[in-house]
Every structure is written in structure tokens, then in C-alpha cells.
Design a protein around this ligand. Structure first.
Ligand SMILES: O=C(O)CCC(=O)C(=O)O
Length: 296
């Protein structure tokens, strides 16, 4: 369970850090599953439905930016996602009915693993309300050197900044945007098994991994089930017919039920359109969309 302080901190700052959120057995099962998946990536030479490859990846040097949809690849991740421990922590923030948007395991390889440029998740997938968050589970210790998540507190209550460049959605803000107060950013570090929760509208990013240790951060993006996606953006529902979308939404329910009535709130929305040439992951969106790097 979250403490009252953690809940109030999340509402005020747009994020919370929960130490020892994951039980040791569940953590080691996920660590072993991650090692197995990384091992499998040695056979892969191009990014595919499972792996996003980083520069320098090869059979002898597996280097990934991401393992996609880990909860569908190994029960170790699904057990945590659907377990009462996690959903119990989320109920005070999202209510009884919770739907998964997507899951991803961002793996920054030692010595340069890719930066994630500053952005608000909401810019990628606006919904009818913003009771939407990302859980970030540290599978290894995260410190200042291995590319931790950074957050600008309170920005979930501010306007959503432009994530467009040259008329195209590029999945990142301009680091020179006068509304970007980088000096206020905090760094989310912790031990393996700790977990952050960040609001979909809070500004965040992360630097390259400058250490000799991997940074493995597992994200579950979750929401109140009465948040309905606008225009089926962001891949998860893209191209689906209405019945197929309804089916997918129900498949993605983590607990409770999928209501047919969207809850409509007064939220700032800009569509992630026109799309960049490659919208298959945030790394590809930012690169192909020509995002300006804050970490160069
Ligand atoms: O891996 C990270 O450090 C941040 C990832 C992130 O913000 C995202 O994938 O949306």
C-alpha cells in the first residue's frame, strides 16, 4: 500500500518513489527472465516485435534499448503486473478499474545506452481524462551514472509543451522551450526492487548510461479504465476496427471492468500528428522526428 504521504506527493509533484515495492522472489524472477530475453537477442540483427536494438548490438555484444511488451513474454512480469501487491498500490491513484496501455523494459547497455529526450507521455497518447501513469520498476540499482529517470516536479499540472518539430510529431520537447525549467529536475535513483510512479503529464527524460553497469527499468503504463484513447493513437489501438479495439481494451484490463462510458475531463490535448517517419518506439519517434537532444 502507498502511504498517505506518497499519495499526496504524487498528486502534488506528479511522481512518487516507493522503496522495496517488489518482493525479493518476484524481483529475482524478473531479473532471470530479463537475462534470458537479452540472451535471445544475440540471434537478432534488426529491431523487431520483441527487441529494439541499440547501436553496437551484435551476437557477442547484446545491446538493446528496449524489450517490448515484457508482460506477454514471460510470466515473471505478468505476475507482478496483475498481482495484488501492485494493483493495491495503484487503486488510490486510479480507482478500482485499471487498464494497461503498454509495457516495456528499457535496457540501457553499459557505456552509452541511449538517452530518452524530455517529453510528456501524454503527448504520445492523449485520452479523455488524464488519470494515467507509468510505473517504473528498477530491476537493477539505478544511480546518477547509469541514466536514471529525471522528472520536473509539478509539471503534470502545467500546459503540455509542444512535441513537434518542423511540423511533425517528434516525441520530445525543445530543450530551449522557455517553459522547460530543467534546473528544477530531480533524479529518481534507487535500489533494485524500488519503484517510481509518474503521471502521464509530468515532464521527464533520461541521460545516456555513462557507467559500466546496465540500467534496466521496467515500465507498466496504466490508467483508469474510463480514460478512452483519443483517435486510437500510439500504436496500441492503431488500425483496429471498433470491435477489435473494444476487445483489445478488455484484454488490457488489469483489474475491474472496462466501462463503455468514457469520463470526459477538461484536459489539454494536441494530437501526435502528423506522425514521424518511424513511430515504432519512442527512440524511433525522437530520432526520425528530428528531436533536438538535451543530452548531446
Ligand atoms: O527509460 C527511460 O529512462 C525513460 C523512458 C520513457 O520515458 C518512455 O519510454 O516513455
Amino acid at each position: 500500500m502507498l502511504t498517505d504521504e506518497q499519495i499526496a506527493g504524487y498528486r502534488e509533484n506528479g511522481y512518487a518513489l516507493i522503496e522495496n515495492a517488489i518482493e525479493p522472489d518476484a524481483l529475482s524472477a524478473m531479473q532471470r527472465a530479463t537475462a534470458r530475453l537479452i540472451e535471445r537477442s544475440r540471434e537478432v540483427s534488426e529491431s523487431n516485435a520483441l527487441f529494439d536494438l541499440d547501436e553496437g548490438h551484435g551476437p557477442d555484444t547484446p545491446r538493446l534499448t528496449r524489450i517490448k511488451l515484457p508482460h506477454t513474454r514471460d510470466a515473471a512480469f505478468a505476475d507482478v503486473l496483475y498481482g495484488a501487491r501492485l494493483t493495491g498500490m495503484l487503486h488510490p491513484l486510479l480507482g478500482p478499474d485499471i487498464r494497461l496501455h503498454t509495457s516495456k523494459l528499457n535496457t540501457k547497455a553499459p557505456g552509452g545506452g541511449a538517452a530518452v529526450e524530455w517529453h510528456q507521455d501524454w503527448a504520445f497518447y492523449p485520452h479523455t481524462n488524464d488519470d494515467i501513469l507509468a510505473v517504473g520498476i528498477m530491476l537493477e540499482d539505478v544511480d546518477e551514472a547509469n541514466g536514471p529517470l529525471m522528472i520536473v516536479p509539478g509539471t503534470h499540472r502545467n500546459p503540455v509543451l509542444s512535441h513537434h518539430r518542423n511540423g511533425v510529431f517528434c516525441g520530445a520537447i525543445d530543450p530551449a522551450d522557455p517553459l522547460f525549467e530543467r534546473q528544477k529536475a530531480v533524479t529518481i535513483t534507487g535500489k533494485a526492487g524500488d519503484m517510481s510512479i509518474h503521471h502521464a503529464r509530468v515532464l521527464h527524460g533520461s541521460a545516456p548510461n555513462r557507467s559500466d553497469r546496465a540500467r534496466k527499468l521496467l515500465f507498466f503504463e496504466l490508467m483508469a479504465a474510463d480514460a478512452w484513447p483519443l483517435m486510437g493513437v500510439a500504436g496500441v489501438y492503431q488500425g483496429l476496427s471498433a470491435p477489435a479495439m473494444w476487445e483489445r481494451m478488455q484484454e488490457n484490463i488489469v483489474c475491474g471492468t472496462q466501462p463503455t462510458a468514457p469520463r470526459l475531463c477538461d484536459v489539454p490535448v494536441s494530437m501526435p500528428l502528423p506522425p514521424p517517419p518511424d513511430a515504432t518506439s519512442i527512440f524511433k519517434v525522437q530520432k526520425s522526428g528530428g528531436a533536438i537532444s538535451a543530452f548531446a
